[in-house]
Design a protein around this ligand. Structure first.
Ligand code: NAD
Length: 265
């Protein structure tokens, strides 16, 4: 028996990166995937990839997770097509970097809208369906929400991701009486289109970033989706309000090198 047989899952950001990987893997576990993305053609390609493997997916139309009408339509079409919603996977985030001394408020607000407001909006509009299904919410935070960074000027990103982690705990609190679970996944450095534009870009001031990650490699979208599948499945039926960090130890182990001999501190 597949882990998500017949469950209806809404996944945002299915055109690329972690969202596409999530759509493919959730469908392979038997879920009925309702995807959406600003990049509608690429999201449709994800739908075709799922269909080719014998899975079920629907991509109702272009989705803008920062726009209330767009999200309302998306949620409504999912519920109409499949009779309800069991899982909401709010994957989309978009970032504008900039130091606190120079970032225009517009860029800060853009990052908060895409990274935080979008999660609230999706959860808010899907909530009645989750109450009916005793469903679950997966949000995507980041290690940026847990640590500061000397390398990236990312006050907006850190603020939005930290707030996603906090919002998820509150969703867990308000969801518990309805049997709704809410959990956050916080990736570290994951190889996607998004990160190739910044952390993994050739000109980035921290080349060879993998050397600084305790497990010695950058993560893949499937590393993140493995955690998401677990949290969405019945195997995690007693887990809510958690923030599962998927970062190869990046945020919890101090940088350094193993010494050849013991030093007294
Ligand atoms: N890649 C990383 O290293 C990393 C690390 C930590 C957290 N994250 C988080 O993981 C999530 C996925 O990141 P990714 O690296 O796969 O990103 P990505 O940039 O590769 O893909 C993001 C997708 O979201 C879509 N999108 C952007 N704005 C949208 C909007 N307003 N409405 C609908 N779709 C929109 C894009 O078109 C794209 O398909 C994000 O929340 C991101 O903040 C990523």
């Amino acid at each position: 028996m597949r882990r998500l047989e017949g469950r209806v899952v809404l996944i945002s950001g299915t055109a690329r990166g972690q969202g596409r990987a999530a759509a493919l893997r959730f469908a392979a576990e038997g879920a009925l995937v309702v995807g959406g993305d600003l990049l509608h053609e690429e999201a449709m390609e994800t739908q075709r990839l799922i269909a080719r493997e014998g899975g079920t997916a629907l991509t109702p139309g272009p989705l803008d997770v920062t726009d209330e009408d767009s999200v309302r339509t998306w949620v409504g079409e999912a519920a109409d097509a499949f009779g309800g919603i069991d899982i909401v996977y709010a994957d989309v985030g978009a970032v504008r970097f900039g130091g606190i001394d120079r970032q225009p408020y517009e860029d800060f607000a853009f990052t908060m809208r895409a990274g935080l407001d979008s999660v609230r909006l999706t959860a808010h509009l899907a909530w009645p369906h989750l109450v009916s299904s005793r469903g679950c919410v997966l949000t995507v935070g980041s290690t940026a929400g847990l640590t500061g960074s000397l390398t990236n000027r990312r006050s907006a990103h850190s603020a939005s991701e930290g707030a996603v982690i906090a919002l998820t705990r509150q969703l867990a609190a308000e969801g518990a009486p309805h049997g709704i679970r809410a959990n956050c996944i916080s990736p570290g450095v994951i190889d996607t289109n998004g990160s190739r534009d910044n952390l993994l870009a050739e000109e980035h001031p921290m080349p060879g970033i993998a050397e600084h990650i305790p497990l010695g490699r950058v993560g893949t979208p499937d590393d993140v989706v493995d955690a998401a599948l677990f949290l969405a499945s019945d195997e995690a039926s007693y887990i809510t309000g958690t923030n599962l960090v998927v970062d190869g130890g990046w945020s919890t182990v101090l940088p350094g090198a193993i010494a050849d001999k013991e030093f007294r501190t």
